[in-house]
Design a protein. Structure first.
Length: 122
């Protein structure tokens, strides 16, 4: 049986434009010449999964640190520091992922509008 050819990779210039679009939430001109819905959907699902897992992971680590404070009162400052650092990092990553997910949704909407206008369905 012949081996299937790998799917054609997106050119590097279009990958850079896609990264810019996700960072800024603005649809660049390169979107006219490439097909981004699949990549945007993949990135959107990855950020959604990260947001769901981040909440649970941060809560578990903070609970473990709380247990460490109760279990080893001599090391309470270490565990308290770890809990605060975990909470701070969790909030920062949550904010970053939320902004990226919002930008992906904005770019998807702009892309749908662009496709609608190019098809002539006003």
């Amino acid at each position: 049986m012949p081996a299937r050819a790998p799917p054609a990779a997106m050119p590097e210039e279009h990958q850079d434009q896609l990264k810019y679009a996700v960072r800024s939430g603005a649809l660049p001109l390169a979107s006219l010449f490439c097909d981004w819905p699949v990549e945007l959907a993949q990135q959107g699902s990855a950020y959604s999964l990260a947001l769901r897992a981040l909440r649970a992971g941060t809560a578990v680590v903070i609970l473990i640190d709380g247990y460490g404070i109760l279990r080893d009162p001599a090391g309470r400052f270490f565990f308290l520091y770890c809990a605060v650092a975990t909470a701070t990092l969790g909030v920062a990553v949550f904010a970053f992922s939320t902004v990226r997910l919002k930008n992906i949704h904005a770019v998807e909407g702009q892309l749908r509008e662009q496709i609608r206008l190019l098809d002539g369905r006003v």
